[in-house]
Design a protein around this ligand. Structure first.
Ligand code: ADP
Length: 293
C-alpha cells in the first residue's frame, strides 16, 4: 500500500519529499465476554510446537517485535514456565515495578514482556507439579499491567501438557501457531500438538517451518540439513494455512543469544519474520471477520 501511495504521489508535480507513517488498526478476534481475564487485549495468539529446540521462542519474540514495528500494540508472555528463554532473547531481566499487586512489565523493542524467568535464577530448575505451574501461568496473565494490546503473544512450552490446557481453558484465544522443523521426527510430534488444540476447539492460525534449509556462506549451495518441506506437508494434509519458512542462519542464533533479536537488524533473516508477521495479522483479520466480533 505504501509503495502504491508513493508511486501515485510521485506523479504530482511539486512533491519532492514523501514521508509515510503507517500504523495498524487491529480488530479483535476473540469473544471478550464479561469476566474475561484480559478485557483490554484484542487478540491472544499462542505459539506451540511438538518438540523443543525447533525455534518456537525465537519465532515468538521476533514476530512480536515485527508486529510492534508494523504499528501494533504488543505483549509477549513467556508461558514456558519450566524453561523460560524469552528474557535472554529480548534482553530484559526484571519487571519495572509493582503497582497495587500488579507487575509492570518491562518494554523491549516496543513489546511488553513478562516471564517467570524474571523471578528465578538461570541455573535453578523449577520442580513444580501441574497445579503450581498452572497457577503461575494464571498469575502471569492476570497480575500484570498489560494495558490495551492488539496482540498478546504467548510462548508455550513444547509438547502438550498442563500449561496448554490451562491457557486454552483460562482465556478465549484467537488461535494457535504451530512451529516445526522439516524432518519427520519433529513434524510427527507437531501433529500431536495440533490435534490437541483442535480437540480443545482452538483455531489453528497456521504453521511455520523453521530451519528449512541452509545456504553455505562459502559455496552458496543450499543444503536441506533437516530435510525439507515437512511443515508444508502437514499444512496440506490438515488443511491449515502455511505461514512461511525460515532458513537456518547463524545470525539468528547469535542475535538471540545477545538479546538483540534479528528482526530489528537490517538483515536477510529479518525479512522472513516480517513476512510471517504480516501473514499472521492477515489471518487474525480473517478470523475476526468470520466471527463477526
Ligand atoms: P524452542 O523455543 O523451540 O525450544 P528456541 O527458539 O529456543 O527453540 O531455539 C533453539 C536454538 O536454535 C536457539 O539457540 C536459537 O537461537 C536457535 N535458532 C532458532 N531458529 C534458528 C534459525 N532459523 N537459524 C539458526 N538458529 C536458530
Amino acid at each position: 500500500i505504501e509503495a502504491d501511495i508513493r508511486n501515485e504521489l510521485k506523479k504530482i508535480q511539486g512533491i519532492n519529499k514523501i514521508d509515510i507513517n503507517t500504523t495498524a488498526k487491529v480488530s479483535p478476534s476473540r469473544q471478550i465476554l464479561q469476566g474475561d481475564l484480559l478485557p483490554t487485549v484484542k487478540n491472544v495468539i499462542a505459539i506451540a510446537s511438538g518438540k523443543g529446540g525447533v525455534g518456537k521462542t525465537t519465532i515468538a519474540c521476533n514476530i512480536a517485535i515485527a508486529l510492534a514495528m508494523l504499528g501494533s500494540k504488543v505483549g509477549l508472555l513467556d508461558g514456558d514456565i519450566y524453561g523460560p528463554s524469552v528474557p535472554r532473547i529480548m534482553g530484559v531481566k526484571e519487571p519495572v515495578g509493582v503497582r497495587q499487586n500488579t507487575l509492570i512489565p518491562p518494554v523491549a523493542y516496543n513489546v511488553k514482556v513478562i516471564s517467570i524467568g524474571f523471578f528465578i535464577s538461570d541455573e535453578t530448575p523449577l520442580i513444580w507439579r501441574g497445579p503450581m505451574v498452572s497457577g503461575a501461568l494464571r498469575q502471569l496473565i492476570t497480575q500484570v499491567e498489560w494495558g490495551e494490546l492488539d496482540y498478546l503473544i504467548v510462548d508455550l512450552p513444547p509438547g502438550t501438557g498442563d500449561i496448554h490446557l490451562t491457557l486454552a481453558q483460562t482465556l478465549p484465544l484467537t488461535g494457535i501457531i504451530i512451529v516445526t522443523t522439516p524432518q519427520p521426527v519433529a513434524y510427527n510430534v507437531a501433529i500431536k500438538a495440533l490435534q490437541m488444540f483442535k480437540k480443545l476447539n482452538v483455531e489453528i492460525i497456521g504453521i511455520i517451518e523453521n530451519m528449512s534449509y541452509f545456504i553455505c556462506p562459502h559455496c552458496k549451495n543450499k543444503a536441506d540439513i533437516f530435510d525439507s518441506k515437512g511443515g508444508r506437508v502437514i499444512a496440506e494434509k490438515y488443511n491449515i494455512p502455511f505461514l512461511g519458512e525460515i532458513p537456518l542462519d547463524p545470525l539468528i542464533r547469535e542475535s538471540s543469544d545477545n538479546g538483540i533479536p534479528v528482526v530489528i537488524q537490517n538483515s536477510e533473516a529479518s525479512k522472513y519474520y516480517f513476512e510471517i508477521a504480516k501473514k499472521v495479522a492477515g489471518r487474525v483479520s480473517v478470523i475476526s471477520k468470520s466471527k463477526e466480533i
